[in-house]
Design a binder for this molecule. Structure first.
Ligand code: SAH
Length: 289
């Protein structure tokens, strides 16, 4: 922009910051995953992760809040203090940070926070993501099951994917792991997901973190298969990333659980774990890069 007078350029640089976030630290995992820790102008920590996959996908994991007000027992973000909702600009600036050095093509709202509790800003950021190279079809919003948000996303014209963090088919166990289940019980959440499917005709992805001896037994796989309609849901089993509270299920237990789901006609995959050595994996974001 050398067609602007130098004095104006200087004033703009001072008064209109390049990004709403300042980069504090960046950590690089052995598998190519990069975690960035930012600060907002008021000092709130925000983390975002870039995952590079062998098939060429460059996927971003974005945060919607600094910290999280929910208190899921297995998630590190839930144990840090909740800061505040991020603005649309702060969400988009996470993507722009990585976009400056390489092309990116997928985004998931699976970083810090519950995106459905900050849906105005999340949707405003989603409207702009195609400018960064990420289409709506390649964007997914993950939720604990915040029903008003699921219904709003179903009504949005953007074809964004919905992912549901389910983790236990049994209401009592789910409430123990995810206290938000008392407010929005699973049965009602699944009904909202079905409404979403009916309006969008896009499969809802279920996330199920595998905790040894807690939610990985044979009967629990049967119960999960029982509540999920294979026309509406696809399951992604997530190996537990250590946060102190639990033991992760063994690979054999995960495979056996998956086999039960598949015998019942449900599509099920096991999520590749990325960035564990830099605490960048699911549930490990707690602002200590
Ligand atoms: N609040 C939203 C967005 C965060 S997504 C949600 O819960 O869906 C983060 C994903 O990682 C969720 O599916 C969450 O359940 C999962 N997760 C949290 N802690 C984890 C851990 N320790 N190991 C593996 N997955 C975890």
């Amino acid at each position: 922009m050398t067609d602007l007078p130098a004095a104006l350029r200087e004033r703009l640089a001072d008064e209109v910051p390049f990004s709403s976030l300042t980069l504090d630290r960046e950590a690089h995992a052995r598998d190519g995953t990069v975690k960035a820790l930012f600060r907002t102008h008021d000092g709130r920590p925000v983390e975002a992760v870039l995952m590079r996959y062998k098939d060429g996908r460059h996927s971003l994991c974005l945060s919607s809040q600094s910290g999280c007000p929910l208190t899921c027992t297995f998630c590190a973000t839930g144990s840090m203090k909740f800061g505040r909702n991020l603005t649309a600009g702060e969400i988009l600036d996470q993507a722009l940070h990585f976009r400056r050095t390489e092309p990116v093509d997928h985004a998931v709202f699976m970083g810090m926070g519950e995106p459905m509790m900050n849906l105005d800003a999340v949707l405003a950021a989603c409207e702009r993501l195609p400018d960064v190279g990420i289409t709506h079809r390649r964007t997914a919003i993950s939720t604990v099951g915040w029903i008003p948000g699921i219904d709003r996303l179903a009504a949005s014209p953007m074809p964004i994917r919905l992912a549901l963090s389910l983790h236990a088919a049994d209401e009592a166990l789910r409430s123990e792991l995810m206290p938000v289940n008392d407010r929005y019980p699973l049965a009602d959440v699944l009904a909202a997901c079905r409404r979403f499917y009916e309006s969008k005709r896009r499969l809802v992805f279920v996330e199920y973190v595998m905790l040894a001896g807690v939610n990985d037994r044979y009967e629990q796989a049967l119960a999960l298969a029982d509540v999920l309609d294979p026309k509406v849901f696809k399951v992604n089993l997530i190996p537990y990333n250590p946060t102190g509270m639990y033991e992760g299920s063994s690979r054999q237990a995960i495979d056996a659980f998956r086999a039960v789901l598949e015998e019942h006609g449900l599509r099920a995959t096991v999520r590749l774990t990325r960035g564990r050595d830099i605490d960048a994996a699911c549930g490990q974001l707690a602002a200590r890069a």
